[in-house]
Design a protein around this ligand. Sequence first.
Ligand SMILES: Cc1cc2nc3c(=O)[nH]c(=O)nc-3n(C[C@H](O)[C@H](O)[C@H](O)COP(=O)(O)OP(=O)(O)OC[C@H]3O[C@@H](n4cnc5c(N)ncnc54)[C@H](O)[C@@H]3O)c2cc1C
Length: 401
Amino acid sequence: MAATAMPFEHLGEGLVTDYFIVREQLTDEQWERFRVTRRFVDEEVLPAINAYWEPAELPWPLMRRLAELGLYGEDIVGYGCPGMSPLARGLVNMELHRGDGSVGTFLGVQSGLAMKSIALLGDEAQKARWLPAMAKLEKIGAFALTEPAHGSDSVALETSARRDGADWVLDGSKRWIGNGSIADVVVVFARSDEDGQVKSFLVEKDMPGFRAETMVGKGASRSIWQAEIELDGVRVPESSRLPGGSTFKDGPARVLVTTRSICAWGALGHAVAAYDAALTYSKQRTQFGKPLCSFQIVQERLVRMLAEVTSMQLYCMQLARLEEAGRLSDTIAGLAKFNNTTKARQVIAEARDLLGGNGVLLENHVIRHMGDIEVIHTFEGTATMQTLIVGRDITGVGAFV
Ligand SMILES: Cc1cc2nc3c(=O)[nH]c(=O)nc-3n(C[C@H](O)[C@H](O)[C@H](O)COP(=O)(O)OP(=O)(O)OC[C@H]3O[C@@H](n4cnc5c(N)ncnc54)[C@H](O)[C@@H]3O)c2cc1C
């Protein structure tokens, strides 16, 4: 018998979950971004994504549609980028993750990490060369910070940058690099032999000594690829060094502040998708002669999920307001990422259980979100790392080592 013998209807479809009516605060620009992305997710991502996710294929038609919708570049102003407000950018990321983590992460890598590094740390020539093409997805970018021996402690990275006349020579290994094997340009962070500081470089895929291999066998975010990268004497001209990123603090750490707040929005998207599916399912599924939603325990579980989703929405709204006011800090973004990915994991696990056996079927979507939230919980600083960052802030005592 086919697994689809008794399909449940519209489990992937978004409800209008906005219990504290926060959407009334949206401006026309924010509302329009939200509406367009939401429609794209419902009409194009959800019907297609499982067929890419299961065989771990890249959903190129969906990635190209992100360019047609004018989403790459997000909040970057000029250079063919959309210049969204922080709230509009958050809503776009929330909706994409409500559809699928890989699609949301693809935008995050291309836009939030690679393009943002060039926009924040690059000079005029570098921005003019790369950003307009990347906004159209004519060029793909990646962000290479993590190494095989340095993940949470990436501040201790070992990839080296040796000055040789007018060039730099890069040697080392990177791991887990999103889009690394399909990128035209990779932002590589390497330690200078001159001052021992971490510098930022633009490495192009055809530079001799650069090699990237797609990692296989992931149980989450299967429709985006990560790569292991080898840098073997890669010669990079000084004009490919990003001048604004001459230390770890000025370089990757600066880029990661906003992307961590985007992770909080992405986690909200995954949680909303799971809650919506659980609510819809509980009205359709009958046991003991009654719909699941008529049992007190089921209602209590749904309300707990809604309470978490609503608190995550409020976190995200305030994150956007703080960023707009220029007051978003690494610790605030860190607390939001910690809170939202932790809560989203709980909400999605509840939803998975409320769907019973149907909860493990890909066609009902929740199990895909359950895998994908693990990735956001881990990358750009694990939940534990965010805890340590905030813990140091409130106590004044570092507990990392
Ligand atoms: C799907 C995916 C995509 C990614 N994309 C990118 C990318 O595009 N670019 C990039 O540069 N990187 C990327 N990463 C890497 C990611 O940022 C790292 O996986 C992450 O920072 C954690 O590093 P790690 O995996 O080496 O784990 P580790 O650092 O080895 O941590 C293992 C565990 O130990 C805990 N831990 C570590 N130190 C401490 C401590 N002091 N006290 C208590 N607990 C501790 C951690 O919280 C974690 O639970 C990606 C990762 C994944 C899984």
